[in-house]
Ligand binder design. Sequence first.
Ligand code: FAD
Length: 274
Amino acid sequence: MKPPKFDYVRAASVAEAVAVLDANEDSKILAGGQSFVPVLALRMAQPSVVVDINRIDGLSGLEQLADGTTRVGALVRHYQLVEQRQHPLLASGARWIGHTAIRSRGTCAGSIAHADSSAELPVLATALDATVHITGPASTRTLAVEQLFQGAMTTALEENEMITAVDFKIAERWGFAEFARRHGDFAIVLAAAAEVDGELRVVLGGVGGVPERAFAAEQEYGAGGPAAIDRAAAAAADQINPTADLHGSVEFRRDITREMVRRALTQFSTAKAS
Ligand SMILES: Cc1cc2nc3c(=O)[nH]c(=O)nc-3n(C[C@@H](O)[C@H](O)[C@H](O)COP(=O)(O)OP(=O)(O)OC[C@H]3O[C@@H](n4cnc5c(N)ncnc54)[C@H](O)[C@@H]3O)c2cc1C
């Protein structure tokens, strides 16, 4: 199917982008286009204006802040996350996103704004207690990523707001595991475990509308050890409330969740601080 008709604006600055969003109802940002263009082609979105942000200067930076936080500009592509060395968990997780062509165009901020719970970056952002920098026509604000995600592909972003950067805290130790039918497919279930500010955060993707923190698993892990990992994995599988879909039954997703958490925590437990 062909996309509907829309006006196109190539914004030269963040201020111009949000001004156009503000002035036009049902206008939408185009970043890497890897989710938005298919949505347009399927006519699941019928924007009046598409605001292309790709030529805005100053949004492609990957910066390491003094406290170890990695600041990822809105136009940083997935492949840049794979290639950087300052944040190994981000590199390991981003490697799982689609295929080379998708990683070369898709952006970190676009994935966070799209808010698909089976996508890698929303899960990593939750595990790494990320902060999202948002600009609107009149002001800027920051939001913890857990407050940004409100439901399946639904965020707290206003229609006239744009994400300009995402700050990922550094993980002192981490583990990551994903199950997909083929490499490059969206995950059926993925799990990330990260020690951030001295606290273990275990986060699941693909089991509900938003990335889900597995609090019971975090508690069961306690001081660690193989028995604790098994208890934590079982607790995560018990906690979720998945639905059956064409990828498998509820029990299948629960089994995969148990195994992904077990793998992520096993990697976590043997990792050196990074
Ligand atoms: C075949 C295929 C396989 C894929 N596999 C995976 C996968 O395994 N894992 C995965 O995570 N993703 C996968 N993706 C999608 C992923 O590649 C996209 O990169 C990502 O979801 C969106 O990023 P984008 O930059 O392309 O955003 P776009 O597609 O341009 O935009 C997506 C949405 O975010 C909004 N948006 C974009 N940037 C901003 C911003 N700065 N501020 C506010 N709103 C913004 C847009 O308006 C739109 O609503 C796949 C895509 C394809 C086509």
